[in-house]
Design a protein around this ligand. Structure first.
Ligand code: PGA
Length: 247
């Protein structure tokens, strides 16, 4: 499946988010790919309601690693699903780096998200030092084996992967189409080893990291890049719409 997904991160008040979602809803009627917007938790119910008759699906940017109970401030996968959101972004490098989400926590979160009827956009990717040391393949392999290759083939159908080199996120330093294609092909090969070629071919693998309206077409032309996970450029309707059009 081809897909363009936005990740708003910690941006936009509820009113600003509603305004952006309204603009997108009006413009996206018959997209040639799946379109998803990832919003802060507090936006989910309102934005999901707003987009209920629209082809645009809504994603949370995180969920708790516990089912329910005395975890002050946390939001469970069941709560996310109850808003009408269909997806949950997990494993984002910002969550890994700033909130210390390790392989085991992400394994729990993924299980809970899937068990509660959410589809997961699972992010992987190396930091700059790892790329410079030529270790990017090793890193993404460990991230997949550590958190998602335990899933059954049935569960895997609801997983989308997003390769996001950390050195490219929010830096304006995009991976070249060649760099991105090379590692996307490697990732698809790992999925094939684990789940078989047919499943690997059906797996959506997004590229993320300074993907914008200028470079999207070139990246999306690569055979193993099925779409994008977009941060900064997803905050401006015009830019996000241009990226959808490029897919
Ligand atoms: P960026 O973020 O497009 O602003 O680089 C991408 C992401 O973090 O998902």
């Amino acid at each position: 499946m081809k897909m363009v997904a936005g990740n708003w991160k910690m941006n936009k008040t509820l009113q600003e988010g509603v305004a952006l979602a309204t603009e997108l809803k009006e413009a996206v009627k018959n997209p040639n790919c799946a379109v998803v917007i990832g919003t802060p938790f507090i936006h989910l119910a309102t934005v999901a309601e707003l987009l209920k008759d629209s082809p645009i699906a809504v994603a949370a940017e995180n969920c708790a690693d516990k089912e329910k109970g005395a975890y002050t401030g946390e939001v469970s996968a069941a709560m996310v699903r109850s808003t009408g959101a269909e997806y949950c972004i997990l494993g984002h490098s910002e969550r890994r780096a700033y909130y210390h989400e390790d392989y085991a926590i992400l394994r729990e979160k993924t299980q809970l998200a899937l068990a509660n009827g959410l589809k997961v956009i699972f992010c992987i990717g190396e930091v700059k030092e790892e790329r410079e040391a030529g270790k990017q393949n090793e890193v993404v392999k460990a991230q997949l084996e550590g958190s998602v290759f335990n899933l059954t083939a049935e569960e895997w159908k609801n997983v989308v992967l997003a390769y996001e080199p950390v050195w490219a996120i929010g830096t304006g330093l995009t991976a070249t189409p060649e760099q991105a294609q090379e590692i996307h092909a490697y990732i698809r090969g790992l999925v094939a080893q684990r789940y078989g070629q047919e499943v690997a071919d059906a797996t959506t693998i997004l590229y993320g990291g300074s993907c914008n309206e200028k470079n999207a077409a070139e990246l999306f032309a690569c055979p193993d890049i099925d779409g994008g996970l977009i941060g900064g450029a997803a905050l401006v309707a015009e830019k996000f719409l241009a990226i959808i059009a490029a897919r």
